[in-house]
Unconditional design. Structure first.
Length: 459
């Protein structure tokens, strides 16, 4: 067990420089080892988050939660410059920590400053995630616990405790995880608070092997209980894994396929979730099955979209026109040897019409076979291409429309395992709804030609 997130001590952040320091639970002071600043700590608050809430029926509570669903987690507008590619940039970490510390000091003097509180919460999440990826658990904890020390809004406190709960689970300190979660509200009518509790509770129960309770907390189906968009994919994995561990692999597979159908981003996120917790072997059977079935279906659908199904019409039409043209040519040639003068006089008309119809048929056939080749390539890449992530850096309409849906040409920075990031471009039907140039999309890349790729997703 790793004691990094133990509940028996605190990790405080220096008020001046933000450096982490281990401290006692009781109130007291400490001198920063880095900048020598003197810091004072109040007693750690153990107040129940939802103190004094009026009773609310469960049906009404779920209805309120459902009304809040369908909204993505977005950074405060004044923090967008820290995330030029949709995530915290490496060279912006120091600036982000400085803004985080400033927001924390603002809340110390003015606890009702909502904008500062929102900045602090968002930065605590993204900077803590950055240090988690670096393996710096002390910095990760100091950011979350340092924000918790000054947070006053129930939603903010619950979210921060949820992050600390899951960090303790990953440190295999389940006693600490239960302690971090204990003051949280299991029956809030705020979607962020409720989702945070469900996600964290299911996380603990997954680690404990209590899979029946995972299904009680998350629901047996995707629509049983509303969960905020940011947690939908990971909760889908935990739900499907619970079914698989209870012997219902077919149900788990169906749940994953249902989530896959929402778009390429979900498939990419689910893959990343499974890879992030190898110790649990999440969805070990159901994920490969769901991926294989969906890849076949999605490949066929993507192939149809890429060609608009033109080859199904153009190839047979082209063949029929070619045959018709050949028949007219045959009639024209026969006319040269006919005894009937009327038929003989029209021989050049037959020949001319035959050539025109045959050439038109050839044109249709060429277009049909070209679109079929493109569709086959798209399908092959969906089935056999290497998984990769693409960061969109540019997008422009090609001027082509298939089925009244625009074809967009995207420029991307491709992240492929085992290779340095590189720039590539590809066209895709129906992704214009992205609306931003900083989105991340799931890709399939040709194993031998990394610049030959397709965007996954159903448009």
């Amino acid at each position: 067990m790793d004691p990094s997130f133990s509940y028996s001590f605190r990790v405080a952040a220096c008020d001046r420089c933000g450096a982490p320091h281990q401290a006692a639970i009781a109130a007291g002071g400490f001198a920063c080892h880095f900048c020598n600043a003197q810091n004072m700590l109040a007693v750690r608050s153990e107040v129940v988050v939802a103190l004094g809430r009026a009773p609310l029926g469960e049906a009404e509570r779920i209805a309120r939660l459902r009304a809040q669903d369908g909204k993505p987690l977005l950074p405060p507008p004044n923090l967008l410059h820290l995330m030029p590619s949709g995530q915290l940039a490496e060279w912006k970490v120091e600036e982000a920590v400085s803004i985080w510390n400033g927001a924390r000091q603002t809340l110390r003097t003015n606890p009702s400053d909502f904008d500062a509180a929102e900045r602090l919460l968002f930065l605590s999440m993204v900077i803590a995630q950055h240090f988690k990826s670096k393996g710096d658990k002390l910095r990760q904890r100091s950011l979350l616990e340092g924000a918790l020390d000054v947070a006053t809004l129930p939603r903010h406190r619950q979210v921060l405790r949820g992050f600390l709960t899951r960090a303790a689970v990953l440190a295999e300190d389940l006693e600490a995880a239960e302690a971090w979660l204990a003051p949280c509200d299991p029956s809030s009518d705020d979607l962020s608070m409720d989702s945070e509790w469900r996600f964290s509770r299911a996380f603990i129960d997954t680690a404990k092997g209590n899979f029946q309770n995972v299904l009680v907390v998350l629901g047996r189906g995707a629509n049983d209980v509303p969960i905020e968009d940011a947690a939908d994919d990971v909760c889908t994995v935990l739900r499907a894994n619970a079914f698989e561990r209870l012997g219902q692999v077919d149900v788990a597979t169906a749940l994953l396929r249902e989530r896959f159908s929402t778009g390429g981003d979900s498939r990419q996120t689910i893959q990343r979730v499974i890879e992030s917790y190898p110790q649990w072997q999440l969805c070990a059977q159901s994920h490969p099955q769901a991926s294989a079935v969906f890849a076949t279906t999605a490949g066929a659908e993507a192939a149809s979209r890429s060609s608009g199904g033109l080859h199904y019409v153009f190839i047979p039409l082209g063949v029929l026109l070619i045959l018709g043209g050949l028949a007219l040519l045959a009639a024209g040639i026969t006319a040269f040897f006919a005894d009937d003068p009327l038929f003989h006089d029209d021989r050049w008309g037959y020949l001319g019409r035959g050539v025109a119809v045959a050439l038109l048929g050839l044109l249709f056939a060429v277009i049909g076979f070209a679109t079929k080749a493109s569709a086959d390539k798209t399908k092959w890449l969906h089935l056999n291409g290497l998984r990769a992530a693409g960061q969109i850096t540019g997008a422009a309409p090609t001027g082509t429309r298939i089925g009244n849906i625009p074809v967009i040409r995207y420029t991307l920075v491709v992240s492929l395992p085992g290779r340095a990031p590189y720039e590539a471009s590809t066209s895709h039907v129906g992704r214009s709804a992205l609306g931003v140039l900083s989105g991340t999309v799931a890709l399939r890349v040709h194993p031998e030609n990394p610049h030959e790729l397709v965007i996954e997703g159903d448009g």
